[in-house]
Design a binder for this molecule. Structure first.
Ligand code: ME8
Length: 658
C-alpha cells in the first residue's frame, strides 16, 4: 500500500542577518512535526530554505560592499550560516530552496505570467505608505501610530507604476476558508485576520516594484521585479516542481501541504497565499499554523535591537537535544513565550537530568548491579500485580494516543507534558517498590525485583519512542541503554506494553543529560557571548605573555592616579599630545603621549587617568616627558584601537595603584 504523503514547510528565512533562537524555534518545531509524521510511518517531505530577494538585501549588500548574491551566499552557505545551523540542530529537511535558485526564478516568471494572462494581475500606479525593512505597503488605516503595524518603524510615502493582484476578487472565498474550515490555526488567528483585514475590505495588492532591481524580473515588462512576497510564498510549490522541470513532486501529489509560520506573517499565508493559489487554479494548503514569538525581556528579538540569542552558543554549551527539547517543552506553540537562559537551565535540570535522566540511569544501574545487565526470562509478567504496577502500565500504554492527539493538534508542548507524566509516575514507582530493599533478599524477592525493573525499562522505552522526534540523538542512546532494538522502537510498539525483550542486554551508559551548574553555566555563557561578539566585530586581542615577572620587580613600578590640568597638541606632530597633570605632589607633571589619533585634547581636560611616574625622563619632539599614561589597546578589523584608562573622578590625584 502506498504510504500517506505528508508535506510540511517552515517559512523561508531572510538571510539579511544570521539566524537567532526565534528562527531556530520555528524550524525545530517543524522538524519535530516532520519526524513525528515519519514515526507514524508516513512518507514525509520537509522543506525549508531562504528568501533572498528584495530591497533590504540589496541595501545590506551595498553597505557590505559586495553584490547581493555574494551577500546572501555568505549568510546561507558560509561558516555558521543558515545551512550550518540546521545541520547542527539536526534538522531533517528533505529539500532546501533558495529563491535565487534558477528553477525557482523560472517558476516565478511562469506564475506571474499565468496570473497576468488570466486577468488577475493588471497594471496600475501605486500610492501608499511603504515600510522598507518589512518591504510592505500599507494603507493609512493599517498604520499604527503612523508607523508600520508589523515592526513599528516609520513608513514613507511612495508612488510607482506597478502591477496589482486582484486580491479583492477573492475576499468572499478567503473569508469562507478562514471562517468555515480549519485551514488556519490557532483559532484566535482567524478572528485577527477577519477583523483586521477581511472586514475592512480586501484591497488589491501591489505585486511588482520598479524602485530596485534585486528580485525576479517580470519577463514581459523589464524594469519591474516581482514583489518579494509573491516570490517567497510560491516557494512552497516551486520546490515541488510547479512551473519548472527540476522536480516532478507536484504532479506526484505532494501538494497541498502544511505551512508552519510565525504570527506576523499569518496575513501573507492565510490571505494572499490562498488567493494566489485560487487564481492559479491550485488547491490551498491543508493547514496554516501561526506560532507565537520567543520574546526577550518582553520584546521581539531583532538584530537591530541587539537582543538576539545565538543558537550556536546555546547548542554548543548545553547540547543540541537539550536545546531542542527546551524550546518545545517550555513554550505553548501558538503563544508568545519569554526566553531566558535561567529557564533553559532549569528545564534541563528538572525534566532531563532529574526526571528522564535519573529514571534511565537508576534503572539501568540496578539491572547491572542486581542482574549483571540482563533480566531473567519471564520477568515481564507477574501473577498478582500491585496497584502501582497496573497504574504505571495503564498510563504508559495509553500514552501514545494522548500524545498523538496533542501532536495532531500542533501542541507539542502538551504531547511532552503527557510523556513527562509517565516519566514522573515511573520515578514514583521506583520509590514505591524500593528495589534496593527487595535486593537485600534476592532469593525471596529476586523475581519481583526483576519484574519491577522490567516495568521501568518498558516505561522508559515507550517514552523514548515518543521523545524521538524531539531529541533524536539522545533517544538512540536511551534505546541502547535499555536494550530496545529497532523492532521495539516503532510507533506500533509504543502502544504495546511488553514490547521489550525480557532478556534484552541492558547497559548503564553515559549520563544522558548531566545536571547543569546554574551559576557556572551562566558565567560561561556570558564569556561565550562576549567572545562571539568580539569575533563578529573583528576585535583582535594581543596574546597574553607567558614569561613571568617577579613580584619585587613589578612592585618597583609606581602607578598613580593623575588629573588632567591641560592638554594640547604638540606642534608639527600628528600623534603627540602634551599633558600637564596633577599627580598629587603639588608640582605639575608633564607627560607626552602619542594618542592624538584617538583623542582631541579638549576632550581630556579634567579627566582622571592612570600613569606610571617613575620612568626615566624622555625627550619627544623637544619636550620632556616624565612618565607614561596607561591605555588599553586592541585591534578591530585590522585597525589599532586605543582607550585611555579613565578611573572614577572620586579617586584623588596621587593615589597609588597596587
Ligand atoms: O518572515 N520567535 O523571514 P524571517 C519566534 N522571509 N519566531 C520568530 C522570531 C521569534 N523571536 N523571530 C523570527 C520571513 N521568527 C519571510 C518568510 S515565507 C514564504 C517568507 C520567525 O527570516 C518568523 O515569525 O523574517 C517567521 O516565521 C520566521 O522566523 C522567518 O522570519
Amino acid at each position: 500500500m502506498e504510504k500517506k504523503k505528508f508535506y510540511i514547510t517552515t517559512p523561508i528565512y531572510y538571510p539579511s542577518d544570521k539566524l537567532h533562537i526565534g528562527h531556530t524555534y520555528c524550524t525545530v518545531a517543524t522538524d519535530t512535526l516532520a519526524r513525528y509524521h515519519r514515526l507514524l510511518g508516513e512518507d514525509v517531505m520537509f522543506l525549508t530554505g531562504t528568501d533572498e530577494h528584495g530591497q533590504k538585501i540589496e541595501e545590506k549588500a551595498k553597505e557590505a560592499g559586495v553584490s547581493p548574491q555574494e551577500f546572501v551566499d555568505r549568510i546561507v552557505d558560509g561558516p555558521r550560516g543558515v545551512r550550518d545551523l540546521w545541520k547542527l540542530m539536526n534538522i531533517s529537511n528533505d529539500r532546501f530552496i533558495r529563491t535565487t535558485d534558477d528553477y525557482h526564478v523560472k517558476s516565478i516568471q511562469y506564475i506571474f505570467r499565468k496570473m497576468h494572462e488570466n486577468g488577475d494581475i493588471y497594471k496600475g500606479s501605486y500610492k501608499g505608505k511603504y515600510c522598507t525593512p518589512c518591504e510592505s505597503f500599507w494603507t493609512e488605516s493599517q498604520l499604527k501610530d503612523g508607523c508600520c503595524p508589523d515592526c513599528g518603524r516609520p513608513v514613507k510615502d511612495a508612488e510607482e507604476e506597478a502591477y496589482f493582484f486582484r486580491l479583492s476578487k477573492y475576499a468572499d472565498k478567503i473569508r469562507d476558508l478562514l471562517e468555515n474550515t480549519d485551514f488556519l490555526e490557532p483559532r484566535s488567528r482567524v478572528h485577527e485576520m477577519v477583523r483586521n483585514f477581511i472586514d475592512p475590505g480586501l484591497e488589491d495588492l501591489c505585486v511588482s516594484r520598479t524602485s530596485f532591481s534585486w528580485g525576479v524580473p517580470v519577463d514581459f515588462d523589464p524594469g519591474h521585479v516581482v514583489y518579494v512576497w509573491v516570490d517567497a510564498l510560491s516557494n512552497y510549490i516551486t520546490a515541488l516542481g510547479y512551473g519548472n522541470d527540476r522536480y516532478d513532486d507536484y504532479e506526484q501529489g505532494w501538494w497541498p501541504g502544511v505551512n508552519i509560520v510565525g504570527k506576523e506573517i499569518v496575513r501573507f499565508h492565510s490571505i494572499i497565499w490562498p488567493a494566489m493559489l485560487m487564481s492559479l487554479g491550485e488547491p490551498v494548503p491543508k493547514k496554516c499554523f501561526g506560532h507565537g514569538w520567543l520574546l526577550l525581556d518582553g520584546g521581539k528579538m531583532s538584530k537591530s535591537k541587539g537582543n538576539v540569542v545565538d543558537p550556536y552558543i546555546l547548542a554548543e554549551q548545553f547540547g543540541v537535544d537539550a536545546l531542542r527539547f527546551f524550546l518545545m517543552r517550555t513554550f505553548p506553540f501558538g503563544s508568545d513565550g519569554n526566553f531566558s537562559n535561567e529557564l533553559l537551565i532549569q528545564t534541563i535540570n528538572t525534566d532531563l537530568a532529574n526526571d528522564l535522566g535519573n529514571l534511565v540511569s537508576r534503572t539501568t544501574a540496578m539491572v547491572g548491579k542486581y542482574f549483571g545487565g540482563e533480566l531473567p526470562a519471564g520477568c515481564g509478567s507477574w501473577a498478582d500485580p500491585a496497584p502501582f504496577d497496573t497504574e504505571l502500565k495503564t498510563l504508559a500504554s495509553g500514552l501514545r494516543d494522548r500524545y498523538a492527539a496533542a501532536m495532531d493538534a500542533f501542541a507539542p508542548h502538551n504531547a511532552l507534558a503527557e510523556v513527562f507524566k509517565v516519566i514522573q509516575r515511573a520515578n514514583k514507582y521506583i520509590d514505591e517498590n524500593a528495589p534496593w530493599a527487595l535486593a537485600k533478599n534476592m532469593e525471596a524477592n529476586g523475581s519481583r525485583l526483576a519484574h519491577v525493573l522490567y516495568n521501568l525499562l518498558e516505561a522508559a522505552r515507550i517514552c523514548g519512542i515518543l521523545l524521538t522526534p524531539f531529541m533524536p540523538e539522545s533517544m538512540d542512546k536511551l534505546f541502547a541503554q535499555v536494550g530496545a532494538d529497532a523492532g521495539c522502537q516503532t510507533w506500533e510498539s509504543a502502544a504495546r506494553w511488553g514490547g521489550l525483550s525480557e532478556t534484552a542486554a541492558v547497559a548503564k551508559g553515559e549520563n544522558l543529560f548531566p545536571r547543569v551548574d546554574m551559576e557556572k553555566a551562566l558565567e560561561e555563557l556570558e564569556a561565550a557571548v562576549e567572545a562571539a561578539r568580539q569575533a563578529e566585530s573583528g576585535v583582535e586581542l594581543e596574546p597574553q605573555l607567558t614569561e613571568q615577572v617577579d613580584f619585587d620587580t613589578f612592585c618597583k613600578s609606581d602607578f598613580r592616579v593623575v588629573k588632567v590640568k591641560s592638554c594640547e597638541a604638540v606642534k608639527k606632530s600628528e600623534k603627540l599630545l602634551k599633558f600637564i597633570l596633577n599627580d598629587g605632589t603639588g608640582v605639575d607633571r608633564q607627560i607626552l603621549s602619542g594618542i592624538h589619533k584617538w583623542y582631541e585634547p579638549e576632550d581630556l581636560v579634567g579627566k582622571t587617568l592612570v600613569a606610571i611616574v617613575n620612568l626615566p625622563p624622555r625627550k619627544m619632539m623637544g619636550h620632556e616627558s616624565n612618565g607614561m599614561l596607561i591605555s588599553a589597546i586592541h585591534k578591530e578589523k585590522g585597525e589599532e584601537v586605543l582607550h585611555l584608562l579613565m578611573v572614577d573622578d572620586a579617586i584623588p590625584a596621587g593615589a597609588k595603584l597596587c
